[in-house]
Design a binder for this molecule. Structure first.
Ligand code: FAD
Length: 380
């Protein structure tokens, strides 16, 4: 079978592109498209974020320059307009995140499922002929004049993006920046079981030179929350992080008579949950009201600051996105065309681009797909 345009990968970016170029053939290994998309935003799909292009671009770490041309061309406003043209209306939540009005990710998938799609078709290898690609799949061979790779990253491998496509891209000549987890909770070596489920609204997380402020949630084996997730891409195994409150409680409170009275006063002063204070202050046998000055300072520091050691074991598969992928120096940021292989485009998370929590990763999946669409249209 010969086709002019073939897209590999029916996730957010490939599906979006296939809705724009309906004559293209989309190859997807799963028995359904958008498996990862269906999980986004807790099933509600946080598809983009409110803001002008300049503000949006600031959420892509060291890739601000690379993502700029596509996001300036096709940013949140145009993404929403496009979905609205597909009869999918969106709304902005008070924190700036944009969702479909129905709050159902399956509605986003249904709106985009427009093109020619071959399911359960896994691409096994790609070779280049003189002026076409020979794509070998589990269901036979497809020849294409133009090829778009939209095979995603390497997290949540059960969704189909398991990183197994990177060696194929490498054989085509592209450099793959090593894959690392990003946007995930952090596991710590300390036992957190007793504070599991507690949220502290006003915390500060520090890791090396990075400092982020926001809410944190204690989990069974670590910590989570948007700012924790935003720094997770940097963290190395066995490193220490620092969690501190933005408010240091006054030391007089530690001299109040009676353990529970002191803890209650601290709770009222700091708004820290009682359960957390009890847990943090029960590390010595002494009662708070009977502490020496030195001990009370130690206690004060203990609730003000934690310095747990993190472990990165198992982080990759629980990360919502991956850092790493095709080296962006080898791809044109205006067209998403490979600078190395003629008639090859690479879009979405297969590239070494990751954004922060808040709809930025889907924004990039859609805006990179749109830029590739404009480029493919121009070359017709
Ligand atoms: C739990 C979770 C929640 C998330 N929530 C959000 C959110 O709310 N907002 C946000 O912006 N981002 C979110 N993300 C991130 C976002 O989903 C991804 O960044 C986005 O899906 C990437 O799109 P993509 O098209 O590049 O890759 P994917 O969506 O991963 O799609 C890649 C597709 O390629 C297919 N494929 C791979 N190899 C082959 C092959 N050899 N042959 C054929 N097909 C192949 C895969 O099966 C898959 O369907 C979330 C991610 C997760 C895991």
């Amino acid at each position: 079978m010969k086709r002019e345009i073939v897209i590999i990968g029916g996730g957010a970016s490939g599906l979006f592109l296939s809705s724009l170029i309906r004559e293209a053939l989309l190859l997807e290994r799963n028995n359904e498209v958008g498996k990862k998309l269906s999980l986004t935003g807790g099933g509600k799909c946080n598809l983009t974020h409110e803001g002008d292009a300049r503000e949006i671009v600031s959420h892509y770490y060291d890739k601000k320059r690379f993502v700029s041309p596509s996001i300036y061309t096709f940013g949140p406003g145009r993404i929403r307009e496009y979905f609205s043209s597909l009869s999918l209306d969106t709304y902005t939540r008070s924190d700036g995140k944009v969702f479909p009005v129905s709050e159902k990710s399956c509605d986003v998938i249904n709106a985009l499922r427009k093109g020619d799609i071959a399911l359960e078709t896994r691409v096994l290898s790609i070779t280049r002929n003189e002026d076409s690609f020979i794509i070998t799949t589990n269901k036979g061979v497809v020849e294409a004049d133009k090829l778009v790779i939209a095979t995603g990253g390497s997290s949540f491998s059960q969704t189909g993006s398991d990183g197994s496509f990177f060696p194929i891209l490498s054989l085509l000549g592209h450099k793959i920046v090593p894959i690392r987890p990003a946007l995930c909770s952090l596991k710590v070596k300390e036992d957190m079981g007793r504070v599991e489920g507690i949220t502290v609204e006003d915390a500060c997380i520090k890791y090396k030179k990075i400092k982020r402020e926001g809410s944190i949630l204690f989990t069974r084996n670590g910590i989570s929350g948007p700012e924790v997730m935003n720094i997770s891409r940097e963290v190395e195994n066995d490193d220490q992080i620092e969690i501190s409150l933005s408010y240091l409680p006054p030391s007089e409170l530690f001299h109040l008579k009676g353990n529970m009275r002191a803890i209650k006063a601290l709770h009222e002063e700091t708004l820290l949950p009682l359960r957390l204070l009890e847990e943090r202050l029960s590390w010595k046998d002494k009662k708070i009201g009977e502490l020496s000055k030195k001990d009370s300072e130690e206690y004060r520091d203990k609730i003000y600051k934690w310095t747990p050691i993190v472990t990165t074991k198992g982080m990759l598969n629980s990360s919502t996105v991956t850092r790493g992928g095709v080296d962006t120096d080898e791809v044109d940021p205006f067209t998403f065309k490979s600078k190395l292989v003629p008639n090859l485009w690479i879009i979405g998370e297969a590239l070494d681009v990751d954004g922060e929590c808040g709809g930025y990763n889907l924004t990039f999946a859609f805006s990179s797909a749109y830029s590739a669409y404009l480029s493919l249209k121009k070359e017709k």
